[in-house]
Design a protein. Structure first.
Length: 322
């Protein structure tokens, strides 16, 4: 049987760091409120001229180097993002060209914070079908450019970054199970009000920003993420006790704690980056995976559960052996 194996990872975080204390000077908030309600202490924010594809390219170079492959080995590029440089061409196409990757499928995936999990799951299916031999899969986000920096309800939560993985076919596991879902009935709880075919040129739309009913999002996220984790374990016939690591979407420490509790996992088995990165949407899971691998906690052969939840709502999980 062919499995899809992660053979390299990388991440890029913009240079500029915005701490909670910096935010105290911008909106009516406190470090204490942000830390206790969300777990976030600081986040990275792009420079004005920096774009999502800029961050993707940097994260991808590190993952390519880590995997010990050449750009010419890559035969598929997937970029999960909600903040692409352009409406078209898609971000994956820009990344493919900038890295000098030969002509191949270049797919943009948009599922809000779940975009990377959607992209990795898609790559897994192509690899298992024999349609791809080496895929570059990225989750990246310039979410700071979608945020109203005068709205304390949202601006304290988010950050920018990019995480990349290289996946290849392997006889050894590998991704053992995936699970994706969505329910559009919740679209009004978390959304961006302007798009290519809606109000793009209407006066005042340059003032548009993320709209969120935070406490309602919180409740659905806690319920859904618990289910997402247990469903993928059931699909693989694996008991939660066998898990070595949970690599969750880093939206809020309290949501992560609730998911870990549902899995009976101590927080020592959870890779946490929310304190340093904030919620980087599509970038949060691949960046957390890279953090855990590079600091030596996540080791080859260990069982890892990645999961995410985002606007739509969308959700998904990937269970894999490193
Ligand atoms: N600083 C200080 N006070 C703030 C604040 C801030 N940055 N943001 C909101 N508040 C205030 C509110 O105005 C409200 O005040 P009020 O009681 O006087 O009306 C109070 O804090 C409580 O607001 P509430 O929204 O009920 O707080 P909460 O405990 O639900 O925490 C979130 C707010 C946003 C942190 C939390 O709901 C959350 O994390 N939700 C999920 C968001 C998310 O993950 N989105 C992305 C999903 S991928």
């Amino acid at each position: 049987m062919t499995y899809t194996k992660i053979v390299g990872t990388g991440r890029y975080l913009p240079e500029r760091i915005l701490t909670n204390f910096d935010l105290e000077k911008m909106v009516d908030t406190t470090d204490e409120w942000i830390r206790t309600r969300t777990g976030v202490e600081r986040r990275h924010v792009v420079a004005a001229e920096q774009t999502t594809s800029d961050m993707c390219v940097e994260a991808a170079k590190i993952a390519i180097d880590d995997a010990g492959i050449k750009v010419t080995d890559i035969d598929m590029v997937l970029v999960g993002t909600t903040s692409p440089d352009l409406i078209f061409p898609n971000c994956a196409t820009l990344v493919q060209h900038r890295l000098g990757i030969p002509a191949c499928p270049a797919i943009g995936m948009e599922a809000a914070c779940t975009s990377f999990i959607y992209a990795l799951t898609t790559a897994d299916k192509f690899i298992k079908a024999g349609e791809a031999k080496c895929a570059l899969v990225i989750g990246a986000e310039c979410i700071s450019k979608l945020v109203d920096w005068t709205d304390r309800n949202t601006c304290v939560l988010f950050g920018d970054g990019a995480g990349a993985v290289i996946v290849r076919p392997s006889e050894e596991p590998g991704i053992v199970a995936t699970h994706l879902g969505a329910d559009g009935q919740y679209k009004d709880l978390l959304y961006y009000p302007v798009g290519a075919s809606k109000d793009l040129h209407k006066a005042g739309t340059d003032q548009a920003s993320i709209m969120m009913t935070g406490n309602e999002v919180f409740k659905v996220a806690v319920k859904t993420l618990g289910n997402v984790a247990t469903e993928v374990l059931a699909k693989a016939g694996i008991h939660q006790d066998e898990l070595d690591w949970l690599v969750p979407h880093q939206a809020n420490i309290r949501i992560i704690q609730a998911t870990a509790k549902r899995l009976d996992l101590p927080l020592e088995k959870v890779i946490l980056t929310v304190q340093d990165h904030g919620n980087t949407s599509a970038a949060s899971v691949p960046m957390a995976l890279d953090v855990g691998r590079r600091d030596g906690r996540i080791k080859p052969g260990q069982l890892v559960l990645m999961e995410a939840f985002g606007g739509g709502f969308t959700w998904g999980s990937v269970l894999l052996r490193m």
